[in-house]
Design a protein around this ligand. Structure first.
Ligand SMILES: [Zn+2]
Length: 126
């Protein structure tokens, strides 16, 4: 074959990857028509797999069960409620976590208030 860079004739040796004259990379012309298909396939599959996986991963991380969001909703029920309303459609799982956290927090607050009231009543009535 002939070097595209300097025009030097290079022996058609599969081991020769660089021009003997100028040192520029030699396009593997001989194996060209055979290689591209398997190469393209072997490239395409991992790429599509990784892309799919990345999408899944990002979707998972963006809309996972969201323990932290649940904790946030638990600590700040108002924020949990707001986030629930914001993410209700876009991130149903995360929104649910926020909402559940907020609900548990509110329920515990009510429970504590109720128990406190009962204790106060018992003390007052006793
Ligand atoms: Zn050359």
């Amino acid at each position: 074959m002939v070097c595209k860079h300097c025009g030097t004739t290079i022996p058609d040796d599969p081991d020769v990857h660089f021009c003997t004259n100028c040192g520029s990379p030699v396009p593997e012309k001989e194996s060209g028509p055979i290689d591209p298909r398997p190469a393209a396939d072997s490239f395409r599959y991992p790429q599509s797999f990784s892309a799919e996986r990345q999408m899944k991963d990002s979707a998972h991380s963006e809309d996972g069960s969201g323990c932290l969001w649940g904790l946030l909703g638990f600590c700040i029920p108002i924020a949990g409620l707001v986030l629930y309303l914001i993410w209700r459609n876009d991130r149903p799982n995360t929104a649910r976590s926020c909402g559940i956290g907020a609900l548990i927090s509110v329920a515990l607050s009510f429970g504590a208030a109720l128990i406190g009231t009962l204790i106060a009543l018992v003390i007052v009535l006793a």
